[in-house]
Design a binder for this molecule. Structure first.
Ligand SMILES: Nc1ncnc2c1ncn2[C@@H]1O[C@H](COP(=O)(O)OP(=O)(O)OP(=O)(O)O)[C@@H](O)[C@H]1O
Length: 264
């Protein structure tokens, strides 16, 4: 007869496989449950998408996982550690980083300066406008490396305001990488983009995801099918289906949810 596996052993095996886990996540806004008992496990090293029709609860769920909102019920585990009660900065220090919104980019600073600000934030020194150029010079090399990685190093001297939309997104990814994330959370990375920018950003995400874990909310289903290993579909705040793109796109309930909604 096989010896019973102690519960702790199962839990730690799960911790090793999954970088980020949401357990029984629930968020109630004034009596309305936007997210209900959602269980989500993001496998280490994977690109995982959260999709669903409008109003399905994706943003709320994402905000819970990124600690922008606190759950009414449930908990969040990062590498097996309960981070539900930790602040965003502490969670970022532990490797869980949400991509900055474009609005968080300083439009009047150059591309290089923007990445340097992020690096200074990550080194805990903060950004001091009065610091001499010599004092910040060591950061320039790292900033240039990051810009190289995201393919916009030739724009280093351009002010962020002058960048195309696609390059702004690339800059946003560089500022996220400055925090050395182990788990990256991307909020609709291709939202508002023209056709010509979607593919380069998809390829960039694929590239920076190597050696990391990525969770993204994305409306563009062709990006999801092209990029993501696993997909969780939400509807009315609950998990409707989970699997590969092929599995969920062949699931009648998912087809029905999308046909019944107004999503693209
Ligand atoms: N702060 C809030 N207060 C009250 N209701 C909210 C709040 N935030 C979200 N909701 C409601 O929760 C539900 C889920 O919203 P959420 O934005 O999470 O969905 P979504 O799937 O991201 O939708 P979309 O694709 O349209 O962005 C919606 O009915 C929304 O109106």
């Amino acid at each position: 007869m096989e010896a019973a596996v102690p519960a702790g052993a199962v839990a730690s095996a799960i911790d090793q496989d999954y970088a980020l886990v949401g357990e029984g996540l629930t968020k109630v806004f004034g009596g309305f449950a936007a997210v209900k008992d959602v269980n989500l496990a993001v496998r280490r090293g994977s690109i995982h998408a959260l999709i669903g029709p409008n109003g399905a609860g994706k943003t709320t769920c994402f905000n819970l996982l990124t600690k922008t909102l606190s759950p009414t019920k449930g908990r969040i585990l990062l590498n097996g550690v309960d981070i539900s009660r930790l602040r965003t900065a502490e969670v970022a220090r532990r490797g869980l980083v949400r991509s900055f919104q474009i609005s968080a980019i300083f439009p009047n600073l150059t591309v290089l300066e923007n990445v340097r600000v992020a690096l200074q934030a990550s080194y805990g020194t903060g950004y001091h406008f009065w610091r001499s150029l010599r004092a910040v010079a060591p950061l320039n090399r790292r900033a240039e490396e990051l810009l190289e990685q995201v393919g916009i190093v030739e724009s280093r001297g351009t002010t962020a305001a002058e960048l195309s939309y696609g390059k702004k997104r690339a800059l946003e990814i560089a500022t996220t990488l400055a925090l050395e994330p182990e788990v990256m959370l991307l909020d609709e990375p291709t939202a508002g983009m023209g056709h010509e920018d979607v593919e380069p950003i998809t390829e960039l995400i694929r590239k920076v995801a190597v050696g990391r874990t990525v969770l993204l909310v994305e409306h563009n289903l062709s990006v999801v099918s092209n990029l993501c290993d696993r997909i969780t579909v939400l509807q009315h705040g609950e998990v409707l289906a989970e699997g590969t793109y092929e599995q969920v796109s062949n699931d009648e309930r998912v087809v029905e949810a999308y046909m019944g909604g107004v999503d693209e």
